[in-house]
Design a protein around this ligand. Structure first.
Ligand code: SF4
Length: 351
């Protein structure tokens, strides 16, 4: 029988067990540029990001971690490769978690030092394995970074930690493509009870990357696999957070910020719906409450959909109906639809 999932604490945030799926992202600034990094983290916090990872590339980066830790509230993770001393410095600076790939840290005594330090400070470690950096002996055995090869690498990495009785761990392992990543996580879920950090690597620009992440993460999350997610995009990291919440909302796992739904339009639409939708989306950015807002193009499906949402517009010919909480509230002219919709929203919510 599968054991109960462990819970790991990163600052004030719990992941694993029955806790909700946590949204995280990573800064794209040079970490030692403290002004730019703090600014980006604050924007991420405002967007609802619950854990932020920063790259710690060298001593210049590790030297600012303490100031960074004091400047923001959100739990911070130091992402470290190659140099075990950076991990030690990050822990000394008060970081909330570190992420390492044991495969590139080197000799086992170096990993042992990180483990001892993390143990003393009570912080968790994420063991992250990537298909691009599997050990030679594994690649010789499997020839390619197959799901089996990746899972065996994770298993070998975890054995080092378990030998030292360190179990304050989060695990991630990514394949080169979506299907490999899905196969890997399904195995990890069956084999281990550590919280799983999900992500699709090198996902791409927002449209393609968002879709690839939605497919990969969606399939896993729908099977209750995954405790924290990062949507990787070649874009402003705030978009990663927005995309993550869209994925979680569509699976019914988290409700965060307003959700705008709109119809694709068709030959029945007699109104410039794209203009209305864009304006509604722009104005919704000011709201932090969860609410569903539907903007529909005609009277066929419009009233039904608009009634199901918290607020809605069902357009007709140069006019539209406004709905609130399932009730038709008023009929207004096309040019007044958006302003009247927001008047109704403001009357009905505590913002
Ligand atoms: Fe077409 Fe009306 Fe459906 Fe929009 S709501 S897609 S305009 S039928």
């Amino acid at each position: 029988m599968k054991r109960k999932k462990r819970v790991v604490k990163i600052g004030g945030i719990k992941i694993g067990g029955k806790n909700q799926v946590v949204v995280q992202s990573m800064t794209k600034t040079k970490t030692h540029n403290i002004k730019a990094t703090v600014q980006q983290i604050k924007r991420l916090e405002k967007a609802g990001c619950e854990i932020v990872r920063v790259a710690v590339v060298d001593k210049k980066d590790s030297a600012v971690l303490n100031r960074l830790r004091k400047a923001v509230k959100v739990p911070l993770v130091a992402d470290i490769h190659f140099d075990y001393r950076l991990a030690i410095q990050a822990i000394d600076a008060g970081i909330d978690k570190i992420r390492i790939n044991p495969g590139n840290i080197g000799e086992s005594w170096k990993i042992a030092q990180i483990i001892e330090k993390a143990k003393d400070s009570g912080i968790p470690i994420r063991v992250g394995v990537n298909s691009g950096s599997l050990p030679k002996k594994i690649l010789n055995k499997y020839k390619h970074p197959t799901p089996e090869a990746i899972v065996e690498t994770v298993n070998d990495s975890l054995a080092i930690f378990e030998k030292k009785r360190f179990e304050n761990l989060v695990v991630s392992a990514k394949g080169a493509d979506v299907m490999t990543t899905i196969a890997v996580y399904k195995r990890l879920y069956r084999l281990f009870d550590y919280p799983l950090h999900l992500g699709i690597t090198e996902a791409g620009l927002p449209f393609r990357g968002g879709l690839r992440s939605a497919v990969g993460l969606g399939i896993l999350l729908a099977q209750s696999i995954g405790d924290t997610i990062r949507v990787s995009l070649t874009a402003d990291p705030v978009m990663e957070v927005v995309a993550a919440y869209e994925i979680l909302d569509s699976l019914g796992l988290r409700q965060h910020n307003p959700v705008l739904i709109s119809c694709p339009t068709c030959g029945r639409c007699d109104i410039k719906l794209d203009r209305i939708v864009n304006e509604v989306e722009r104005r919704l950015k000011r709201y932090n409450n969860y609410m569903k807002v539907a903007v529909m193009g005609c009277v066929v499906n419009g009233p039904g959909e608009a009634k199901e949402a918290d607020f809605g517009i069902a357009c007709g010919k140069r006019t539209g109906l406004i709905f609130a909480k399932g009730e038709e509230v008023k009929r207004v002219r096309e040019d007044l639809l958006v302003s009247e919709l927001f008047e109704v929203i403001d009357e009905n919510i505590d913002n």
